[in-house]
Design a protein around this ligand. Structure first.
Ligand code: CP
Length: 307
């Protein structure tokens, strides 16, 4: 197992998170370099992706490295019955780093156990999405000027949404207050509520996405209902459109509130919010490039300021 792997955001201390954010800031100022010259990064996506895969691949390209991999596992030998273990061992023969998205919770951890090549978890089922969290933290830091003591409202699919699971876990180092807005079926799992309790973090659960919650927020983090994780399609149909943020709902919100969404969105944010200066989700996705450059160089043991 390579100790430079990034499997879960809980593996990182406040100091390590802060160091990665400083790196991301460096890469925002210096996105193009030859830091990865001679390095090969594999991107193995067993689940669909636009932002995560393309921003990881752009990150490698802008750092002068090379990318191999697949965006559709049906074109790989997985479709012939090759196991995840064998796939990882094979790709380890070719790549210096493996970025992997897989539909099984715990798959990234498992991958670290069968290779010495560092693994970066690009999303494992409904479990975690740590590189998303780094770009979310970077976006929050850039827009709020601090990560400490903020009121963060998370809305939508808090049960299956791996981005909110990772973000709650990371923010426990920064003394937040949370509003969790969801229907009862998609509540934040108990283990994350317990994490808040253990860390003395104040949180309130709501079923109504009310004006008072919106107006109390520094960050509103909207999420898509993860249809692909439901076993019952009827249940998905019933809950998929419960929460939509519209521009009029922001009329009395804080001047500096910012709307985040990991994207893709479906109906969670009305298009009429896009032109509001408080909408930040497209910039948030751009920050993914810098956050992922930070993660890649850290995993490969490269200090950007030393070359
Ligand atoms: N936020 C996110 O993970 O987007 P993709 O599924 O497009 O990678």
């Amino acid at each position: 197992m390579n100790t430079n792997s990034l499997v879960g955001i809980d593996d990182l201390s406040r100091a390590e998170l802060t160091e990665l954010l400083t790196r991301a800031s460096y890469f925002e100022a210096h996105p193009n370099s030859k830091l990865l010259e001679g390095k090969v990064v594999a991107t193995l996506f067993f689940e669909p992706s636009t932002r995560t895969r393309l921003s990881f691949e752009t990150a490698v390209n802008r750092l002068g490295g090379r990318v191999i991999g697949f965006s559709d596992a049906s074109t790989s030998s997985t479709s012939k019955g090759e196991t995840l273990k064998d796939t990882i061992k094979m790709v380890s023969n070719y790549a210096d780093l493996i970025v992997m998205r897989h539909y099984l919770e715990g798959s990234a951890q498992y991958a670290t156990e069968v290779t010495e090549v560092p693994i970066v978890n690009a999303g494992d089922g409904a479990n975690q999405h740590p590189s998303q969290t780094m770009l979310d933290l970077y976006s929050i830091l850039k827009t709020q000027g601090t990560l400490d003591g903020l009121t963060i409202t998370m809305v939508g699919d808090l049960k299956y949404g791996r981005t909110v699971h990772s973000l709650v876990t990371a923010l426990r180092h920064f003394g937040p207050r949370f509003h969790f807005v969801s229907c009862p079926e998609l509540r934040m799992p108990e283990r994350y509520l317990e994490l808040c309790r253990e860390n003395g973090i104040e949180f309130e659960e709501h079923t109504e996405f009310s004006e008072s919650v919106i107006n109390d927020s520094d960050i509103i983090y909207m999420t898509r209902v993860q249809g692909e994780r439901f076993s019952d399609p009827m249940e998905y149909e019933r809950v998929k459109n419960l929460y939509t943020l519209r521009n009029s709902m922001l009329a009395n919100s804080k001047e500096n509130v910012r709307i985040l969404h990991p994207l893709p969105r479906v109906n969670e944010i009305d298009r009429d919010v896009d032109e509001n200066a408080k909408a930040y989700y497209f910039e948030q996705a751009r920050n993914g490039l810098y956050a992922r450059q930070a993660i890649i160089t850290k995993a490969l043991g490269i200090d950007p300021t030393e070359k």
